[in-house]
Design a protein around this ligand. Structure first.
Ligand SMILES: Cc1cc2nc3c(=O)[nH]c(=O)nc-3n(C[C@H](O)[C@H](O)[C@H](O)COP(=O)(O)O)c2cc1C
Length: 195
C-alpha cells in the first residue's frame, strides 16, 4: 500500500527536516488552483476508530484567517504533491480536507487539535498570535509564546483524507508508477501503470 512506501521515504529522510514539506493545492472561490508549501505533522492516530471514521489522514496545521481556510470551507477537494530526493519518489495525494477549528463540536477531533497544538514548537505556536495574514504589514511586538495547553483560537488542524494516490518512482528506465484508490468499502486497491 502507498503508506508503507511513504513511510519508507520519510524514514530515509529523517535527517532532512525539509523532507516534511509538501505542496498543497486547493481550489479558490474563482475556481482557480491555489498552491502552497505546508509541513506534514504526521498521520492522525486511531482516526478509523472515531465515531465518524477517518482513515489515513495526513495532519497539517494552519491559521483560520488564512486563505486556504476559506477555500476549504467552500470546496474541500485538494491535492498534495510530495517529492523525496533520496528515494526519487513522488506522491500525489488527492482527497478532501477537513478543517478543525476552535468552534468544532466533535470531541475526538477537538482532542486531535489540542494534541497537535501541544506537539508544536514554541516558534511554530507563536505564529498563530501574529497579526492577520495578508493584511498590510504592521509592527509585530515581541511576545511570549502562547501556552502549550490551550490552542489559540486562530489555530486549526487540517486533515487530508486521501481517496487517490499516484506514486511515481524515477528510478529505472522506464520509470515506475502506481495508482491507488479506495473502493466503496474503503479498501485500498492498486494498479501499476505506465509512467
Ligand atoms: C517551508 C514552509 C513551510 C510552511 N508550512 C506551513 C504550514 O504548515 N501551514 C501553513 O498554514 N502555512 C505554512 N507555510 C506558509 C504557506 O506556504 C502559505 O504562505 C500560508 O499558509 C498562506 O497560504 P494561503 O494564503 O494560501 O492560506 C509554509 C511555508 C513554507 C515556505
Amino acid at each position: 500500500m502507498w503508506r508503507s512506501h511513504l513511510a519508507r521515504s520519510l524514514q530515509q529522510h529523517l535527517s532532512q527536516p525539509e523532507a516534511k514539506f509538501l505542496h498543497l493545492a486547493t481550489v479558490g472561490h474563482d475556481q482557480r488552483p491555489r498552491n502552497r508549501t505546508v509541513v506534514f505533522r504526521g498521520f492522525l492516530e486511531n482516526g478509523d476508530r472515531f465515531s465518524t471514521p477517518l482513515t489515513d489522514c495526513l495532519k497539517i496545521v494552519t491559521d483560520i484567517r488564512s486563505q486556504k481556510a476559506m477555500q476549504i470551507a467552500e470546496n474541500p477537494w485538494a491535492e498534495a504533491s510530495w517529492y523525496f530526493t533520496k528515494t526519487r519518489s513522488q506522491f500525489r495525494i488527492s482527497g478532501k480536507l477537513l478543517l478543525i477549528d476552535h468552534d468544532c463540536q466533535d470531541l475526538e477531533l477537538q482532542t486531535a487539535r489540542l494534541e497537535t497544538w501541544q506537539a508544536l514548537s514554541d516558534p511554530a505556536r507563536i505564529q498563530f498570535s501574529w497579526a492577520h495574514p495578508r493584511e498590510p504589514r504592521v509592527h509585530f511586538p515581541k511576545t511570549e509564546p502562547p501556552a502549550a495547553d490551550a490552542p489559540l483560537a486562530s489555530f486549526c488542524l487540517v486533515l487530508l483524507e486521501p481517496c487517490e494516490v499516484d506514486r511515481l518512482e524515477l528510478r529505472g528506465t522506464p520509470q515506475n508508477r502506481w495508482i491507488y484508490w479506495r473502493d466503496d468499502q474503503g479498501n485500498w486497491l492498486e494498479k501499476e501503470v505506465n509512467p
